[in-house]
Design a protein around this ligand. Sequence first.
Ligand SMILES: C[S@@+](CC[C@H](N)C(=O)[O-])C[C@H]1O[C@@H](n2cnc3c(N)ncnc32)[C@H](O)[C@@H]1O
Length: 239
Amino acid sequence: MTVFLVGAGPGDPGLITARGRELIRACDVLVHDRLIADELVAEAPADAIRVGRERLGQDQISRLLVLYGRRGLDVVRLKGGDPFVFGRGGEEVLALAEAGVPFEVVPGVSSISAVPASAGIPITHRGVSSQVTIVSGHDPDALDWKALACTPGTIVFFMALGALGEIVARLVEHGRDPTMPAAVVASGTSADQRTVTASLAGIAHAAEQLAPPALVVIGEVVRISALLGSRCEMIPVHA
Ligand SMILES: C[S@@+](CC[C@H](N)C(=O)[O-])C[C@H]1O[C@@H](n2cnc3c(N)ncnc32)[C@H](O)[C@@H]1O
């Protein structure tokens, strides 16, 4: 009787951990995010209760986890990527801890590195980038643009597709080099993966046709994908 916060990985169902898959196969209740691969949801026992996250708000989800946990059921809360990277996993475990419900966090492969990797982009590279800054693009007004524009190394923006034009404008306005390479990787590691690369100044236009989920990578490491070209056996392991 535990609530397990399980990271499902970035999209490809083959990228969940062995422990995560084992827990799904044995659960009484599966509460999953909207973007979780159908193949993973189908791994739960036929008689397990399945709850799709999109029907509920965050507070309702936390209450539901507490409710099922208190009933003594094994609950898997399946979240995209890693539960503790922009996943609101912290809020859920705080609610469980406060309610005295036992829980365990099972980390997942986060899109932070897996999605760029699936496009042949290492987010660090010796002599090129020894620092990565991870940013949510959800609320551009909340960010320190002066600091971001001059931060060295690679910048990875989550949830940034809708505000990409504004993000680029603010970075350039505060001094980031507009000719610096950038990439947008949409639906990384899935069969629908699409990648565009351009200069920072041109990336919003280049990404116009892409749909979420998407990750934006800004920095010299983007050039490495072009060097790899077709010689790269990239990560996607889907057929
Ligand atoms: C709410 S955050 C969840 C992040 C997740 N916890 C993780 O560790 O990857 C959702 C954002 O993650 C990024 N993302 C997640 N999966 C992705 C994928 N397969 N391809 C591109 N971006 C992805 C997108 O920026 C998306 O808007």
